[in-house]
Write a protein that binds this ligand. Structure first.
Ligand code: FE
Length: 184
């Protein structure tokens, strides 16, 4: 998979910060604002950190930077309740980035309606953005996925997704922000 970020484009960043079938983890209580209350900010695509650019912060710094719901998911492997996140029913064209470090993770073109209540994607935006690890918690054997830049927990990946990959990246909305691509 190659880099899919549009070149020479600026993006309009909409700070909008989810797994059911198959995710099966304990639910946490989200305290995210509703999409309508989220402010809009503009960033340039060049502001995306390159692949391999790591961000390692202290636990205290993560607690300072993240909301309680974001911290629960990203740093404590929590799972938000189905259908409560900001992106499970989100259909704008753009890029989903890590809410903790801003790294681009998924594209809207790879998002599909899994019916689970969590935003679901068939693949990451490019190689090196999303890392995985075997997860045997909660009496299940799953594949956990996290941001390769900051190690923030995103969700899990399952092999029951649609073409072209047959994969379903089941992601918590609280671990994501969204940027809308804007041509110059
Ligand atoms: Fe990250």
């Amino acid at each position: 998979m190659k880099a899919l970020l549009p070149m020479g484009l600026s993006v309009l960043c909409v700070g909008i910060t989810g797994c059911g079938t198959g995710c099966g983890a304990a639910a946490s209580s989200p305290d995210e604002p509703s999409p309508a209350s989220v402010p809009v900010r503009s960033v340039a695509d060049a502001d995306f950190p390159p692949v391999g650019n790591r961000l390692e912060l202290s636990d205290a710094e993560w607690r300072r930077r993240l909301t309680a719901a974001q911290y629960d998911v990203l740093r404590e492997q929590g799972t938000e309740r189905a259908f409560t996140g900001r992106f499970h029913d989100h259909h704008e064209q753009g890029v989903y980035v890590c809410a903790a470090c801003g790294a681009p993770l998924f594209r809207s073109e790879d998002k599909f309606d899994s019916g689970t209540g969590w935003p679901s994607y068939t693949r990451p935006i490019e190689d090196g953005r999303v890392a995985s690890e075997r997860d045997v918690t909660l009496g299940m054997v799953r594949t956990e996925v996290h941001c390769a830049r900051c190690d923030g927990h995103l969700g899990h990946v399952f092999d029951d997704g649609p073409p072209p990959t047959g994969l379903r990246y089941c992601i918590n909305s609280a671990s994501l922000d969204f940027v809308t691509v804007r041509t110059p």
